[in-house]
Ligand binder design. Structure first.
Ligand code: EPU
Length: 332
């Protein structure tokens, strides 16, 4: 059977199991053999072969629970829910905090593994706790947001605890009072004359910005940003700036000490300046309005096309700027 994936690659498996509750997951875990992987909507995964010979585990846990807590609402969502359905639901209820993350593909479970982010917000800003089942024992554990060790597109579930836990639900802490986060430039510009927008206005504006830059997920296969934005040393940045005075950059500070830890350079700019917008290998292309996104342009790209295109970009960016791009997408 085909493994659903947002690149729309024709990748197959013989064993795709969807669990719909914790007891169901525990039953599956008793008989689970290696290798296996857990996926949400495979919106951040690149299958590098046409057939995956292990087991694919997918969460089908759905449903919400709402608990009032002071000026906030705690919303527990099943890990298999589509992320943007959650944003639509919480926006409809006037619960603030997820609206800047509107229209991101993927699931609730993935939001907590990946610490999804966009337009000045990250999942970690609203995650209260994460419920997960230990694969080896079937035991349940609740992780506080702090214990998840969130960082840019990263968490403990991608590092120390990779392949050790399966997320079953995530609890978010959302504000019942308006809390517009308009710090990101395109949002600040859109609301320059309206500093107190409604939550629907923020959501709709985010969706329109995404639609103007990113490929429509239902029409063109992609995995969103293919690479992470690199953080380089200050000296390296000064050298690049001498050559490219207009290079966009963001200073990155340590969240505890507030010391400068490096300079973040938009990978989209590096790829754009390298002249790679629209560059194509086989059925795979660099998206023209957001070159950080690699697309299955023809609809018939193979995993090899996408791997070759990503390697070409890494090599070209390295040779031009001496910066190594690291994929955000996970290669399986
Ligand atoms: N840029 C160019 N040429 C282009 C497009 C962009 O030079 O054609 C430069 C511009 O300087 C622009 C900068 O790149 O200011 C940043 O572009 P953008 O605002 O589109 O954001 P990004 O850094 O490329 C990140 C996230 C996106 C998220 C946007 C908006 C990562 C890896 N990507 O992209 O997340 O939607 O910010 O906040 O951090 C994703 O992770 O899949 C994703 C789409």
């Amino acid at each position: 059977m085909i493994i659903p994936n947002t690149f729309n690659l024709p990748v197959t498996t013989d064993n795709l199991l969807t669990f719909t509750s914790i007891p169901h997951l525990r039953t599956i875990l008793k008989d689970l053999c290696n290798p296996f992987i857990v996926i949400g909507e495979a919106s951040n995964i690149l299958f590098t072969t046409r057939h995956y010979s292990g087991t694919i585990l997918k969460s089908g846990i759905s449903g919400y629970e709402f608990t009032e807590s002071d000026s906030h609402m705690l919303v527990t969502a099943g890990s298999g829910l589509h992320w943007d359905d959650f944003v639509a639901e919480t926006t409809r209820r006037n619960l603030w905090g997820a609206e800047n993350l509107s229209y991101i593909p993927g699931t609730i479970g993935a939001s907590a593994v990946q610490n999804i982010g966009a337009y000045g917000a990250e999942a970690k800003d609203i995650i209260h706790s994460v419920e997960a089942i230990e694969i080896a024992t079937g035991n349940k554990r609740i992780f506080s947001c702090n214990e998840c060790q969130y960082a840019y597109r990263s968490s403990i579930f991608k590092h120390d605890l990779a392949n050790r836990y399966i997320i079953t639900s995530v609890t978010y802490r959302l504000s019942r009072t308006p809390r517009p986060n308009l710090s990101y430039k395109p949002l600040a510009e859109a609301f320059a004359n309206n500093p107190n927008p409604s939550i629907e206005q923020v959501r709709n504006t985010v969706i329109n910005i995404r639609k103007s830059k990113l490929p429509e997920p239902s029409e063109i296969g992609s995995a969103g940003s293919f690479f992470m934005n690199p953080v380089i040393a200050q000296d390296d940045y000064e050298r690049l700036k001498a050559k490219y005075p207009d290079i966009p950059h963001y200073v990155v500070n340590d969240s505890v000490t507030n010391q400068v830890v490096g300079i973040k350079i938009p990978a989209a700019w590096l790829i754009d300046q390298a002249g790679l917008k629209g560059y194509t290998i086989g059925g795979a292309s660099v998206h023209v309005t957001q070159p950080l996104v690699l697309i299955n342009k023809s609809g018939s790209a193979t995993p090899d096309d996408i791997v070759a295109l990503s390697q070409y970009i890494i090599n070209k960016v390295k040779s031009l700027y001496n910066i190594t791009l690291h994929p955000e997408v996970i290669f399986i």
